[in-house]
Design a protein around this ligand. Structure first.
Ligand SMILES: NC(=O)c1ccc[n+]([C@@H]2O[C@H](COP(=O)([O-])OP(=O)(O)OC[C@H]3O[C@@H](n4cnc5c(N)ncnc54)[C@H](O)[C@@H]3O)[C@@H](O)[C@H]2O)c1
Length: 255
């Protein structure tokens, strides 16, 4: 199938973790996936996994902190494929930093990637989506942005809460143009981010967390990817401005 008949899906941070699983899920559906990351080797591995399974994908080295690169990426995709149908704005960092050490630079870095990175890509892709009266944006928030405070991650919790406001504002502004904007707030998902001893729970902490998650296990990248697929689909056609918590019951079950 040529890419003319396929949906064109961009996933940021798609070399590893939730982004890689999401890219593969869209690839398995027959969409063309634009795999982007600052991790070139891992990004190319995601592309190879998609094409090896008979799907369609290409890789772009893309840092969500650059406005110029964002514009160039969107122009490039629109020139080659004619449009962008779905954005999964997944790239994110969660650096552990106690308040006493939380310099302006550290705060700004997290906001630049986890919040402004989403805004930059949507701003660049919005004119094309609005002109075609069609598009779906899915942004990654977190339970740490929806409900929990996370000690030594004040900047992360603040940025992930910001994602919710961003999604609501964008959703209302673009609703009449046929563009839907939603967020996913994952719980504890088994990825490099969660398993980092330095920045998050680490392997032992993650296993302990699994015990108090009502469903009895950590999430997988695929658990999040399948919800992204749903939000991008016509089955979610009347949903916009929403945040879906995907956490195995953690928020409702831990008191
Ligand atoms: N793992 C969890 O438990 C969890 C929970 C809630 C929310 N999230 C969010 O889900 C998203 C994916 O997380 P993950 O667990 O897969 O993390 P991960 O660390 O495994 O992957 C993050 C990806 O983002 C990319 N990235 C980082 N900085 C970038 C930049 N400047 N430009 C482009 N790409 C960049 C990384 O290279 C990597 O591919 C993040 O936004 C994260 O905050 C994760």
């Amino acid at each position: 199938m040529t890419t003319e008949k396929k949906r064109i899906v961009i996933v940021t941070g798609a070399g590893i973790g939730i982004g890689a699983a999401t890219a593969k899920a869209f690839g398995a559906l027959g969409d063309h996936v634009v795999v982007t990351d600052i991790l070139e080797k891992e990004g190319r591995e995601t592309v190879a996994a998609i094409t090896g399974a008979g799907g369609s994908a290409d890789f772009h080295l893309y840092d969500v902190r650059s406005t110029a690169t964002t514009g160039a990426l969107v122009s490039n995709i629109e020139a080659r494929h004619g449009r962008i149908d779905v954005i999964v704005a997944n790239a994110g960092i969660a650096h552990r930093t106690p308040l006493a050490d939380l310099t302006d630079e550290k705060w700004d870095l997290t906001f630049d990637i986890d919040l402004k990175g989403i805004f930059r890509l949507v701003r660049a892709a919005a004119p094309g989506m609005r002109a075609r009266k069609s598009g779906s944006v899915i942004a990654l928030s977190s339970i740490m942005g929806v409900a929990y405070g996370w000690d030594e991650h004040v900047h992360y919790s603040a940025a992930k809460s910001g994602v919710i406001g961003l999604v609501r504002g964008l959703a209302v502004e673009m609703a009449r143009d046929g563009v839907r904007v939603n967020a996913i707030a994952p719980g504890y998902i088994r990825t490099a981010q969660l398993l980092s001893e330095e920045n998050s729970l680490g392997p032992a902490g993650a296993e302990k967390a699994a015990e108090f998650i009502p469903m009895g296990r950590l999430g997988t990248g695929e658990d999040i990817a399948d919800v992204a697929v749903f939000l991008a689909s016509d089955n979610a056609r009347y949903m916009t401005g929403q945040v879906l918590v995907v956490d195995g019951g953690l928020l409702v079950g831990r008191y």
